[in-house]
Design a protein around this ligand. Structure first.
Ligand SMILES: Nc1nc2c(ncn2[C@@H]2O[C@H](COP(=O)(O)OP(=O)(O)O)[C@@H](O)[C@H]2O)c(=O)[nH]1
Ligand SMILES: [Mg+2]
Length: 286
């Protein structure tokens, strides 16, 4: 049980390819050493490459950080040992990608902002020119892996169970199931959540945060760590702008206030607006 961030049991993840039966012996990751018993420490700096700092409520009950009945908002304290272990594995993943000139893009967002749709369209339009591989992350179900499988590219699904983010070790296990080729693109669709995935470096080349115009323009203000740690922000579903109160200028201003270096692409995965800019962005980061 991950006691510090309330993610449930991130060690009990499963990795499956579409069509593969789930068997306890082959798919569940059992033999992980737990490093969750640690002392709290007043030094909140950790080895995360994005250097997020959190205020810590000293008297928070250990266990679930999200208590729905709690009248006061709680910040999440992720312990140094979990993150530094994660960072070591992330660096191994990064070295693996660099050694093969693979660009690995970690797509993060709230649920439903359009990550899988963007991937489907990208694969349909680009897989002839570039070899593409996909790792799908969700708490449960093979739905997104099945959607990607229909496009014809290799895909594995990680189910995190109660966990609310992917971590570097899950990705390390998943890439062993994919025979990644040199100069390919590996997309990782993270669990839909704008909080915890911000803290877990997967070894990706770049992080891409997707927000959609139906979510409200203040997401970067509410979830600054995610926007601060991303390289590109896709504002998706622009085809819906006539029907929603979403101020694009304000959204961009909030995002850049959190991260002045953040690149931004306005996109509609439905109409194709912005897709060309997205492909050019991927190519320039190879
Ligand atoms: N109107 C519109 N709907 C979209 C767009 N992109 C995705 N959607 C829809 O948004 C819903 C969630 O998309 P999905 O790709 O599953 O989001 P994910 O949870 O981030 O992977 C689906 O019903 C999509 O058809 C878009 O650009 N415009
Ligand atoms: Mg999805």
């Amino acid at each position: 049980m991950c006691e510090t961030c309330g993610c449930g049991q991130p060690d009990n993840f499963t990795i499956r390819m579409p069509g593969e039966e789930l068997t306890d012996d082959h798919n569940r990751d059992h033999d992980h050493e737990h490093h969750h018993e640690h002392e709290h420490d007043d030094d909140h700096k950790h080895g995360d490459r994005h250097k997020h700092h959190h205020e810590h409520e000293e008297d928070h009950p250990h266990g679930h950080s999200y208590e729905q009945s709690s009248p006061t908002p709680r910040m999440i304290d992720i312990s140094k040992d979990i993150l530094s272990e994660n960072n070591l594995t992330a660096e191994r993943n990064r070295g693996f990608f660099e050694g093969r000139s693979i660009i690995c893009l970690n797509l993060v967002s709230a649920p439903g902002s359009g990550k899988t749709t963007i991937l489907e369209k990208t694969i349909n339009e680009r897989a002839k020119e570039r070899e593409i591989f996909v790792i799908e992350g969700d708490q449960q179900s093979m739905n997104d892996a099945e959607r990607i499988k229909k496009t014809g590219v290799p895909v594995v699904q990680i189910n995190t169970g109660a966990g609310c983010h992917l971590d570097a070790r899950m990705v390390n296990s998943a890439i062993k199931r994919l025979e990644l080729s040199r100069n390919s693109v590996l997309f990782i669709e993270n669990v839909g959540n704008l909080v915890c995935p911000a803290l877990f470096d997967l070894g990706e080349t770049k992080r891409v945060v997707v927000m959609s115009v139906t979510e409200g323009e203040d997401k970067p203000e509410k979830y600054p760590y995610m926007f601060a740690s991303s390289h590109l922000c896709i504002i998706n579903k622009t085809d819906l702008l006539p029907y929603v109160d979403f101020n694009v200028e304000k959204a961009m201003e909030y995002a850049r206030r959190t991260n002045p270096d953040l690149e931004i692409i306005l996109m509609s995965a439905k109409t194709g607006e912005g897709m060309q800019l997205w492909y050019e962005w991927i190519d320039k980061n190879q």
